[in-house]
Design a protein around this ligand. Structure first.
Ligand SMILES: Cc1ncc(COP(=O)(O)O)c(C=O)c1O
Length: 355
């Protein structure tokens, strides 16, 4: 298994698939509430938070929308250096919020000082930033951005998309002063798609109390009210919660430090492989993702043809995203992927390149 080197949905271990196959329970039963509570409490360790972790029966985009609906009354700053940051901007626009886009080149990190300068005069209640841009393989300096913003307008809420990095890279929600960190199940957590998780700070929930038209399904105050009773306002994605509960045990048994080290070592290995084949990385040194590496296709490899070759060996990689299609390709190393899997991939890629 673990032969899909694509940035989600990723391979799911058989044990996890099996964990879903349990009889349904009434969701307002003590038995299910116990599992719900357990999963949400264990998840706090992944987010490095003492605050709550909310579980949403949606994909990550649902929680991008929740962030906007709950924490933005008037104006939000969207830091954009990739496709998913741009989606969050569009989510804000389509929810009728005033939003300013602070644009960076896709191959450059969000610059903390430029963000601080914008926040100083902009009158923003919140800012959005993507920790790990899956479209570019760039990891943004979220901690530094939060620090710079706190130095100028401390009550700005910091809303972070960690969809493709949470549990693959260390994100210290409380220590970095982040107000919402959201993620999806189908990426670094290596679960099937359909579940989203978010750590949410107390001050963010206080802010939500002042925001009207939060909607119903993604009203985080309603979700929090039910979470306090180990439940959710609407029917939860029960099978996915069974799987999450089980997967969190596996992740914590691996050890978070070991897990982050495994991802970091794999990222370095992919970079070294690319270097050795005269290919350079799209993201600059110091800002490269631990979970997905984007490589410039400087050898003009036919990515579809390469993938057709790899698929015969039960593997696949990802083409570049959107405008980066064919001029880059992506090798994801998140979730269950191990170093040996990468070595097998590289052996196959070398065979292809030699043909
Ligand atoms: C960084 C990032 N944010 C948001 C999303 C959207 O997540 P979902 O598909 O779970 O809604 C993705 C999906 O690939 C992503 O990579």
């Amino acid at each position: 298994m673990s032969r899909m080197f694509v940035p989600g949905p990723v391979d799911v271990d058989d044990e996890i698939l099996q964990a879903q196959v349990q009889p349904m329970l009434p969701h307002r039963s003590v038995e299910f509430e116990e599992i719900f509570r357990r999963a949400s409490e264990k998840a706090q360790q992944l987010f490095f938070t003492q605050h709550r972790v909310l579980l949403s029966a949606s994909s990550g985009t649902g929680l991008q929308e929740a962030a906007i609906r709950n924490f933005v009354d008037k104006k939000v700053l969207a830091c954009v250096n990739g496709a998913f940051a741009d989606r969050w901007y569009e989510v804000a626009v389509s929810n009728g919020k005033k939003v300013e886009k602070l644009v960076f080149e896709w191959d450059q990190p969000v610059d903390p000082q430029r963000v601080a300068a914008a926040v100083k005069t902009g009158g923003f209640e919140a800012l959005t930033i993507v920790h790990n841009e899956t479209s570019t393989g760039l990891q943004n300096p979220v901690k530094e951005v939060a620090e710079a913003v706190r130095a100028v307008v401390p009550d700005t809420l910091i809303l972070v998309d960690a969809v493709s990095s949470l549990s693959g890279a260390k994100i210290e929600t409380d220590a970095w002063g982040l107000d919402m960190v959201l993620t999806s199940s189908q990426k670094a957590l290596a679960l099937p798609p359909g579940l989203a998780l978010a750590a949410v700070s107390d001050r963010a929930l206080d802010k939500a109390k002042t925001v009207e038209n939060r909607g119903w399904y993604f009203d985080l105050l309603r979700m929090e009210k039910h979470r306090l009773k180990d439940s959710s306002p609407a029917t939860p994605a029960m099978s996915l919660i069974f799987a999450l509960d089980y997967q969190l045990d596996r992740i914590l048994a691996e050890g978070l430090a070991n897990r982050f080290a495994r991802h970091s070592a794999m990222a370095k290995r992919v970079q070294a492989w690319a270097d050795a084949h005269d290919l350079s990385m799209y993201a600059p040194e110091g800002y490269r993702s631990q979970t997905v590496t984007t490589i410039k296709n400087e050898r003009g490899i036919d990515i579809s043809d390469l993938n057709a070759f790899l698929k015969q060996r039960g593997m696949r990689i990802a083409n570049g995203y959107g405008p980066l299609k064919n001029i880059t390709f992506r090798i994801a190393h998140m979730g269950e992927i191990q170093m040996d899997d990468l070595e097998e991939l590289f052996a196959a890629m070398e065979e292809y390149l030699k043909r």
